[in-house]
Design a protein around this ligand. Structure first.
Ligand SMILES: *Cc1c(COP(=O)(O)O)cnc(C)c1O
Length: 393
């Protein structure tokens, strides 16, 4: 039976899974098996040759993982999905699949720290170069796309300054030159933003964050065209080996069911806390894409469903003021990562961006008093009260 086209809130629960193919189990079963048996030597031969469908060995595919891969493909409106052992396994598999020695990658200014590290490694070891771009105008992009540019790599919103990149603007410039556009969609999740519907080619997730939503899994996901996904699956996933464990895939299938409900609450809580922080005399700046005064507010309205659950803000004073404030928090937990039920706070200058030299950091808008809040699912008034007591001493 053809799967009927249903809405996102229904897809997160049902896509990619039919109980009648799995002993009528309501919930996708966990196939915790490293390998799969063949009924005959000839069948084994056919499975290896790819002339008969079926599982062989869990690094090459696993039924629980397949359900997750179909589901994320449906959510991102792509043809096929692939699951990895971490977000970085996904990022590295994609970049290695798209590039070769001598190539160039054009990257949005301000990206995840380990992606930054991976780009350095690709440059020094494999002569795959990169440049950073604000990606603010077509003219700027046309100048920065070089004859050897193999792909464009984007994060939006940008961590932790919450600047946005206009996906359709980048796609226009890239399409003229036939260059694929890759988007790390971790900060939005497919509920808030689906880059493929704006013409981008490949989407990556650190599923560790909103897709899992419960702080108990490290995983990555990739969605793209059937051919590209099949190619990655047979090369930079199979042979480098960053495959997800069936149990982690099972936990993600459970976590993702509530994605829509969670994202609504994360976004509502963040909007209320933005107003509180905005009005507090000890807070000198707040960066939040739902702010009507935000320079990229129009882009947010065009390509995001809601503003999401992340807010960055600067506290009046010095690095010590910021750290003292963090130490006074009780409910809000001091931790990196984001997208969990618990509200988390981190200090980019000494944590996620400590490796970036101070001068570079300041150019990126990351001062010593900047803090990043991943707004959780608690009652927003309780989060506010905790911020308030820590600010009032
Ligand atoms: C966390 C994160 C990653 C890396 O994902 P892991 O699951 O930690 O490997 C990549 N990109 C972004 C935007 C992230 O927040």
């Amino acid at each position: 039976m053809e799967e009927k086209q249903v809405r996102f809130e229904t897809e997160v629960i049902h896509s990619g899974y039919s109980p009648d193919k799995h002993q009528d189990s309501l919930v996708p079963p966990l196939y915790q098996s490293s390998t799969f048996t063949f009924s005959s030597a000839e069948q084994g031969e056919r499975r290896f040759a790819g002339t008969e469908a079926g599982y062989v060995y869990s690094r090459l595919g696993n039924p629980t993982v397949t359900i997750l891969e179909s589901r994320i493909a449906a959510l991102e409106k792509g043809e096929a999905g692939l699951a990895f052992s971490s977000g970085m396994a996904a990022v590295s598999a994609v970049l290695l699949a798209l590039t070769k020695t001598g190539d160039h990658i054009l990257v949005s200014k301000g990206i995840y720290g380990c992606t930054f590290g991976l780009l350095q490694l690709l440059r020094t070891k494999y002569k795959i170069n990169h440049d950073f771009s604000e990606m603010k105008s077509k003219e700027e992009l046309e100048k920065q796309i070089l004859p050897n540019t193999a792909c464009i790599y984007i994060e939006t919103p940008i961590n932790p300054t919450m600047k946005l990149i206009d996906l359709e603007l980048v796609v226009q410039a890239a399409k003229q030159k036939g260059i694929p556009v890759v988007v790390d969609n971790t900060f939005c999740s497919p509920y808030l933003q689906t880059p493929l519907t704006h013409g981008c080619d490949i989407v990556i997730h650190s599923a560790t964050k909103y897709i899992c939503g419960h702080g108990d899994v490290i995983a990555g996901l990739v969605v793209g065209g059937k051919e590209f996904i099949a190619d990655v699956s047979k090369t930079t996933q199979k042979d480098i080996g960053g495959t997800i464990s069936p149990f982690d895939a099972w936990l993600l299938l459970r976590g993702v069911k509530t994605l829509a409900v969670r994202m609504d609450r994360h976004s509502e809580n963040a909007a209320k806390l933005f107003e509180y922080l905005q009005g507090h005399p000890k807070i000198s700046a707040v960066y939040y894409p739902g702010d009507h005064q935000h320079p990229d507010y129009a882009i947010m309205r065009r390509q995001m469903k809601q503003a999401g659950g992340l807010i960055s803000f600067c506290i009046e004073g010095t690095r010590e003021t910021a750290q003292d404030f963090m130490n006074r928090l009780k409910l809000i937990k001091l931790a990196v990562s984001l997208g969990d039920a618990e509200t988390l706070i981190q200090h980019p200058a000494t944590m996620t961006h400590a490796v970036v030299p101070k001068q570079e950091r300041e150019k990126m808008g990351i001062s010593d008093t900047l803090l990043r809040l991943s707004v959780g699912l608690e009652a927003w008034e309780d989060i506010r009260d905790d911020l308030d007591q820590a600010l009032s001493e």
